[in-house]
Write a protein that binds this ligand. Structure first.
Ligand code: FE2
Length: 318
C-alpha cells in the first residue's frame, strides 16, 4: 500500500520536464565553459603571438609574432600589413590611416595583400589613395604587394608605376635570409596558383625564412604543409558585420570555416595573419562590430616553440 502510494504520487509532482530543460541548459552552459577553458589552455600552450588591439579612435593594431624558424638577422623585423582598401572614392578613413602610419617609426617592410579597389571604374580613386600613401610613408627596405580578386587588369597595369615590388608566382623577392613569395588572384576570380609560387622558392637553406603574401586565406593549410613560415592575407574583411563575440556570418568561401576567417592562425611551424582589412565590398561602407584596421607586426625568434599542431587553429582573435 505504501509502495503503491509512492508510485502513484510521483508522477503527480511532474517535475521531470523542467528538470530535463534545466539539465539541457546546464549542459549547454557547461559545454560553453569547457570550450572556453580548452581554447584558453590551447592558446596558452601555443602562445606564440601577442596582440595589442588599436586604442579607441585608432586603426592600428600591433602584433608580436614569435616564430621558430626566424633567422637571427630578421629578429625584430617590422612589417606593416595593409589589406582590402576597397577604394571607391576618397574617404576620411584613408586620410586617418595615412596620418597614423606617417606618425609611426617607419617599418622595414610594407606588405599589401590586395583588393585596392572594388568595382570597374574605381581605378583612378584607388591609384590616388595609394599615391597619397606612398608620398607619406617610406619603408626602410621595400614595399611588396599582391593583387586581389577585385583588382582589374587596368588597375594592375596602372599600379605597375607605383613604388611597389608586385610579387607573382615567378617573381619572388629575396634579400639575404628572407624570401618573400606572392600569389595573386586572377582579376575577378579567386584563381590562385600557389603550387607555381612555391616551386620558385622551395623550402631549403638557400631560401631561408619564407614569407608568403596572398589575398585569400583559404590556402593557409597548403602553405603550412609546404613549409611556409608566415603568411599574410585578407579578403574576408573579418566578416564585416558580426555578432557579439566576434562571430562571423559570412566570409568563408570554398569551405573555409568561418571560425578561421580572421585573426592569427597556427599550423605546423607556420603562422597566418588574416587582416580585417580597411574597406568593404558587398555591403558598401557597412561594418558592424568589426572595425577596419592595419596591423604593425614585429617578428621575434621563438627558441622554445610549442609542439607543432597539425590542424589550423586560431591563436589570436580580432
Ligand atoms: Fe576584399
Amino acid at each position: 500500500m505504501y509502495l503503491r502510494l509512492r508510485l502513484t504520487k510521483k508522477p503527480a509532482v511532474n517535475i521531470s520536464t523542467p528538470l530535463v530543460h534545466r539539465t539541457a541548459a546546464q549542459m549547454a552552459c557547461w559545454r560553453m565553459v569547457r570550450n572556453a577553458i580548452r581554447y584558453r589552455i590551447l592558446t596558452m600552450l601555443t602562445s606564440t603571438a601577442r596582440h595589442q588591439p588599436a586604442p579607441r579612435g585608432s586603426m592600428i593594431d600591433r602584433l608580436l609574432l614569435r616564430l621558430p624558424n626566424l633567422p637571427e638577422s630578421l629578429e625584430n623585423l617590422v612589417i606593416w600589413h595593409v589589406s582590402d582598401l576597397h577604394v571607391t572614392r576618397w574617404r576620411k578613413r584613408y586620410a586617418q590611416l595615412i596620418r597614423e602610419l606617417a606618425d609611426l617609426p617607419q617599418p622595414d617592410l610594407l606588405a599589401l595583400t590586395g583588393d585596392y579597389m572594388t568595382h570597374q571604374g574605381d581605378e583612378p580613386a584607388a591609384m590616388n589613395v595609394l599615391e597619397q600613401l606612398f608620398e607619406n610613408i617610406a619603408p626602410k627596405i621595400i614595399t611588396l604587394g599582391v593583387f586581389g580578386n577585385h583588382d582589374t587588369n587596368e588597375f594592375r597595369q596602372q599600379a605597375a608605376g607605383l613604388p611597389v615590388h608586385w610579387l607573382s608566382a615567378d617573381r619572388p623577392w629575396r634579400q639575404n635570409e628572407l624570401c618573400v613569395l606572392g600569389c595573386d588572384c586572377a582579376a575577378g576570380t579567386y584563381d590562385s596558383d600557389l603550387l607555381e609560387t612555391l616551386i620558385h622558392c622551395p623550402p631549403d637553406a638557400e631560401h631561408g625564412f619564407r614569407l608568403l603574401l596572398m589575398h585569400m586565406p583559404m590556402w593557409f593549410t597548403c602553405a603550412a604543409d609546404a613549409g611556409v613560415d608566415l603568411m599574410l592575407c585578407g579578403h574576408t574583411h573579418g566578416g564585416q558585420c558580426r555578432l557579439p563575440g566576434r562571430i562571423m556570418l559570412h566570409g568563408g568561401e570554398g569551405g573555409w570555416p568561418l571560425r578561421l576567417g580572421t585573426g592569427v592562425l597556427a599550423m605546423r611551424q607556420a603562422r597566418c595573419v588574416i587582416s580585417r582589412g580597411l574597406g568593404e565590398s558587398k555591403m558598401d561602407h557597412l561594418r558592424f562590430l568589426c572595425p577596419p584596421h592595419a596591423v604593425v607586426i614585429t617578428l621575434q625568434r621563438d627558441d622554445d616553440p610549442p609542439p607543432p599542431i597539425t590542424e589550423p587553429r586560431v591563436i589570436v582573435r580580432w
